[in-house]
Ligand binder design. Structure first.
Ligand code: MG
Length: 171
């Protein structure tokens, strides 16, 4: 039987992943407006990843007979001023999500719930990738800044536009 404390914490995490989805969709709208459709595509794929994360936690609770409680989503809108600002916010957001996954893992370990530890291991690994993705794009944006910015942005826009959704492999 899964402990209530863990059920509550996982419900909070479902809400965080759905909020992530909504925040990244808002980021996509910034790039649509700027005419950078490759960047917009990148965030629309990220939206799908976040939905996948939320559903993985959702299904886990359903399988463990934990009560799923959906909560309110926050207004995601922010007036971004540059592509760099968007990616800095996205990177900071993923660092926040990593901390929340680590906190969940601590609870699972304290409760000696090894099924939850196993499920959360997937997310621990996934967060390494999520943070790396955002931080690598920030590095590229830094290279672009200062030298032929418009051309560099167009090149990166083309690269990001090639992103496709590959459902993360689940063991
Ligand atoms: Mg996520």
């Amino acid at each position: 039987m899964i402990k209530e404390r863990l059920v509550d914490a996982i419900n909070e995490q479902i809400n965080r992943e759905l909020n992530s989805e909504y925040i990244y969709l808002d980021m996509a709208t910034y790039f649509e407006k700027e005419g950078l459709i490759g960047f917009a595509q990148f965030f629309k794929i990220q939206v799908q990843e976040e939905r996948f994360h939320a559903m993985k936690f959702y299904q886990y609770l359903a399988d463990r007979d934990g009560k799923i409680v959906l909560k309110e989503l926050a207004n995601p809108h922010h007036e971004y001023k540059s592509p760099m600002e968007v990616f800095e916010k996205a990177y900071a957001h993923e660092q926040y999500i990593t901390k929340s996954i680590n906190d969940l893992m601590s609870i699972a370990i304290e409760e000696k719930d090894y099924a939850s530890v196993s499920m959360l291991n997937w997310f621990v690994d996934e967060q390494v990738e999520e943070e790396a993705t955002m931080s690598q794009i920030i590095d590229k944006l830094k290279l672009i800044e200062g030298s032929g910015r418009g051309h560099g942005l167009m090149m990166l826009d083309k690269e990001l536009g090639a992103r496709v959704f590959t459902p993360p492999t689940t063991a």
